[in-house]
Design a protein. Structure first.
Lengths: 317, 632
């Protein structure tokens, strides 16, 4: 198990290097002068003096290898760059906002798993039954409605029409825990609609697949109680694919919460990102993308390790 | 015939969503031709007015016609998504095709390179590109193309890998066809169906992303209408005009839903496997006990297991099929009965019926399976409720399956799985069960049993795994042990050891004793039968054709099928090995009269006319043949 963990960690670190280098290279991969590109506003040529200044600010006048070294030097010191607009360090803003985004994703995952898994299991155990049919249709619809549509419509319904909750916002946990969780509920549930549908589908197909395996019949032949068969021999084995898919989606959510945070005014990483993109503040965008991508890699590492913990065969592969 | 109608019905399910989708596409494509108001013409005086004759869905915050904007907006959304999906499909498929065909460095440069994109969350990558290039429809198409190319590359790559090993592709290469020809004329048509599914999936995903970016104000640039932009604008006036928000939401979600449904149905239609419903184990089904047909009165003989007139029915798409018909035989205590037959003769189904472990699609429709339990009461296993049957399974009756590798759960330690059998039928503690497991593993001949108990199944060899399965089966000293081809999946050298083990266990449990363990041994190996069995039951096409004491049947087989089996077995004493001509008939096409007649050397015209009944040919020896006297 330890050897497996070390091997996977090494791969993850290599991926971090690759991702960080790619993020560094993106600006150089696009044809034309990056500074000019960033300053161009719909066709009109930018002021040459401004371009020269930006080139110097971004260090674009240095040789590529030197830029690359400076870049890594900065990363090792926790320096993710500074904003073009106000020289504010990107890293400190990320440190402030990232936990809020993670909290949102975590809450969404909990809701999605606690709805998707029981329904997925129940649907598979009575495949073709009324519950299976209804839940499958609901999941199909849930997957087709974009997350910002769900969010906007639930604001319209729950905040505007029914007046149950306020339309969005954020209160720090320390100031008012109750209010904090109330405000968390709607954005988290919004994300959970699509995620829960995914969890439902994967659980359903995974359970169905495991049910038809020989070892389930063998457990039955030993006289094991149905409840234990379902828990120990079906769900336990069906868990790995569910975990993988959820992890993949959580990774996509790291960036995908942009829309939900925007809709609900949740002051996470994404609002920051959208503002940076609007202002075309390249160092800020780069820093955020880098932070999230690294997180994404480590998330996958955690999943790999969990996977090995769940399935003894993986450790020896 | 039935396959064709099943296929068209699959495509029929595609018809309705396909037509609706075509309607949506046709509407937005015909937008310039339709008598619509100008989607960007403002009429501030009439802002937020409701539906009217001139504006069916009302007017927005600038007084623009909502219906017209929805249709024109759909045009932008669909064009962007369709273009991006097409570009991604062309580039991705090429990369995947080339990478999968040539492998090696080219694979690295094509498929693996494209997969780098997957290292980034999609929305993030999109925002990164928008930062560099600025928002707009062209940027959108570029971004979406980049994002969805690896998906196509993966699908094309995987399918190419499978397709290139197909015989006719290999044959083409061997005949000297050029790589280009093989790639585009042979491989491409083969991988088209999955790419088609991927394409409809991608258009839907692209629409979601496009509308999301537009919603953020980073996609389509105003004043061009787009569903995302319309939702963005309507948000600020949702208090006054909630309907303004609803229409673009419905249009967007509805279109994506249609695309997804088309994609699902397309996948169902293209994937011939479909859902594996028949494989669901029986403990989940509420046993619907239709009254069985009257079975013959129970025989007086004190048998451990007496199967009488067992008929098993398979429900198929074309109607019910009786795959096992009127099977009767018994297993006395302390004896070994071998159930012999070719694959498809119904011997395994008969064994599973005794255990109550038949697949859902097969149900007993007639007969009786009387079993004398440890307490002396005789129960009909076919009529027993599932909960009571469960208490007998692994306790009074046990079974050892054919393939030990798939019969052990890979994620649990072997000892734990053996302990399950003990704990399911007693109140004992886990620790006591664990001690008993080690004893059991020692008894079935595993070296270092304590260590083996803590091992995962993949750490043991096939023979060791089968010993573990046997340990679990005999954990509660069953009265009846069913062994369903327990050595078929094992190496020849291991087979003999497992047979010896079963023999030993039976000796221990008191062979020939009235309280001894009965063994029902299902096999197609006649040499094994001669070695271990007391009685033999020969099955053919779902029926018992001969039954009798092993010595008697082997010396004087009274059914031509048994005789043919004996002379075709390499271990037999026959001077000449003869194969039985033909194959076991399918239960859907049983020959009239005697089912073996078409393959029988003794067949007479009368054999095709009437189905022979079992005849007593000697003491405890029956055969289902009218010419039994001439066979031996």
């Amino acid at each position: 198990m330890l050897a497996f963990a070390l091997r996977r960690t090494a791969v993850a670190l290599a991926l971090v290097w690759l991702v960080a280098s790619l993020v560094f290279l993106v600006i150089h991969l696009i044809p034309g002068d990056p500074a000019e590109l960033l300053l161009s506003q719909g066709g009109s040529a930018p002021d040459p003096a401004a371009v020269a200044e930006l080139r110097e600010r971004l260090g674009l006048d240095l040789p590529l290898w030197q830029q690359y070294l400076t870049y890594w030097q900065g990363l090792f010191q926790g320096n993710f760059g500074t904003s073009l607009q106000d020289d504010h360090p990107v890293a400190s803003e990320i440190a402030l906002r990232l936990p809020r985004t993670l909290e949102l994703i975590g809450a969404a995952a909990v809701i999605a798993l606690s709805i998707g898994m029981p329904f997925g299991t129940a649907a598979a155990l009575r495949v073709g039954g009324p519950l299976d049919r209804i839940a499958s249709v609901v999941a199909g619809v849930a997957l087709s409605v974009p997350v910002f549509v769900v969010g906007t419509l639930s604001i319209l319904l729950f905040a505007q029409k029914l007046g149950w909750v306020s339309a969005g916002g954020y209160v720090p946990l320390a100031r008012n825990p109750m209010q904090h969780f109330i405000l968390l509920l709607m954005p988290a549930s919004t994300i959970a609609v699509g995620l829960g549908a995914v969890v439902f589908r994967v659980t359903r197909s995974s359970v169905l697949e495991v049910l038809s395996r020989d070892h389930v019949r063998a457990a039955q032949a030993r006289g094991v109680k149905p409840r234990i068969i379902i828990l120990r021999h079906v769900l336990r084995n069906a868990l790995s694919p569910v975990l993988t898919v959820v992890a993949l989606h959580l990774g996509a959510l790291l960036g995908g919460t942009v829309l939900v945070e925007y809709v609900f005014n949740w002051p996470g990483l994404s609002g920051y990102l959208v503002r940076a993109v609007e202002a075309r503040d390249y160092p800020e965008v780069l820093g955020i993308v880098l932070a999230i991508s690294i997180l994404f890699v480590f998330l996958n590492l955690i999943v790999d390790l969990l996977y090995a913990a769940l399935d003894p065969r993986v450790r020896h592969a | 015939m039935s396959a064709v109608s099943a296929k068209t019905s699959k495509y029929r399910r595609l018809l309705l969503p396909g037509l609706l989708l075509a309607l949506v596409v046709a509407t937005v494509a015909a937008a310039p031709l339709l008598p619509l108001a100008d989607p960007v013409k403002q009429q501030v005086a009439a802002r937020l007015t409701g539906a009217s004759a001139g504006h069916w869905l009302g007017q927005d915050e600038y007084g623009r016609d909502v219906l017209s904007r929805i249709i024109w907006g759909g045009r932008v959304s669909l064009t962007v998504s369709f273009l991006a999906a097409s570009f991604a499909c062309i580039i991705g498929s090429l990369l995947g095709l080339v990478g999968g065909y040539f492998r090696g460095v080219i694979e690295l440069m094509s498929v693996r390179l494209a997969e780098v994109v997957l290292c980034f969350p999609p929305m993030l990558l999109a925002l990164l590109v928008v930062t560099l290039l600025g928002p707009g429809a062209v940027t959108l198409v570029l971004v979406l193309t980049i994002l969805f190319t690896p998906g196509f590359a993966r699908v094309a790559y995987a399918e190419t890998l499978t397709a290139r090993t197909l015989d006719y592709v290999t044959a083409q290469t061997a005949l000297g066809a050029s790589s280009g020809r093989v790639l585009f004329r042979t491989l491409l048509p083969n991988i088209t169906p999955p790419l088609l599914v991927q394409f409809s999936l991608t258009v839907a995903a692209a629409m979601m992303l496009e509308s999301g970016l537009s919603f953020l104000g980073l996609g389509v640039v105003p004043p061009s209408p787009s569903w995302g932009l319309m939702i963005r604008a309507a948000r600020s006036v949702m208090e006054q005009a909630p309907l303004l928000l609803l229409w673009p939401c419905l249009a967007l979600a509805g279109t994506v839903l249609l695309l997804n449904v088309v994609c699902d149905r397309l996948r169902d239609a293209l994937d011939p496997r479909g859902a594996a419903v028949g494989a669901i184990p029986g403990f989940l089904r509420r046993r619907s006990r239709a009254p069985l047909m009257a079975a013959p009165a129970p025989t007086a003989a004190p048998s451990l297991l007496a199967i009488e007139g067992l008929t098993l029915r398979l429900e198929t798409g074309t109607g019910p099929l009786d795959v096992v018909r009127g099977v009767s035989f018994s297993v006395p205590p302390g004896e070994t009965v071998a159930l012999v037959g070719e694959s498809g003769s119904g011997k395994t189904l008969t064994a599973l019926a005794v255990m109550g472990l038949l697949p859902t699609v097969i149900t007993p429709v007639a007969g009786r399976v009387s079993f004398t339990g440890r307490d002396g009461t005789v129960r009909d296993l076919l009529a027993l409720p599932e909960a009571e049957l469960r208490r007998l399974r692994g306790n009074d009756i046990s079974i050892v399956f054919q393939d030990p590798s798939s019969s052990l759960n890979p994620v649990h330690r072997c000892g734990k799985q053996v302990a399950e059998a003990i704990l399911a039928h007693g109140e004992g503690t886990g620790a006591a069960a664990a001690r008993k497991v080690v004893d059991l593993l020692r008894k079935v001949g595993l070296p270092d049993p304590a260590k083996r108990a803590g091992a995962f199944p993949h750490e043991l060899s096939g023979g060791q795994k089968q010993r573990v399965m046997i340990a679990a089966a005999v954990a509660n000293t069953p009265r009846l042990l069913i062994a369903d081809e327990p050595t078929t999946a094992l190496d020849v050298t291991v087979q003999a050891q497992i047979l010896d083990l079963l023999q030993e266990l039976k000796q221990e449990a008191g062979a020939g004793d009235a309280a001894g363990m009965g063994l029902l041994f299902v096999t197609h190996n006649l040499a094994v039968v001669r070695e271990i069995a007391d009685r033999v039951v020969v099955m053919y096409a779902g029926e018992v054709v001969e039954e009798g004491p092993v010595a008697e049947v082997f010396a004087r087989p009274r059914h031509p099928y048994t005789a043919a089996l004996l002379s075709s077995a390499p271990e037999s004493d026959a001077e000449e090995l003869t194969a039985i001509p033909g194959t076991v008939p399918s239960p859907a096409a049983l020959p009239p009269g005697c089912h073996f007649a078409p393959r029988c050397a003794f067949a007479l015209p009368t054999c095709d006319a009437s189905h022979p009944a079992g005849v007593e040919v000697g003491p405890g020896h029956t055969a289902r043949c009218i010419r039994w006297r001439e066979v031996a």
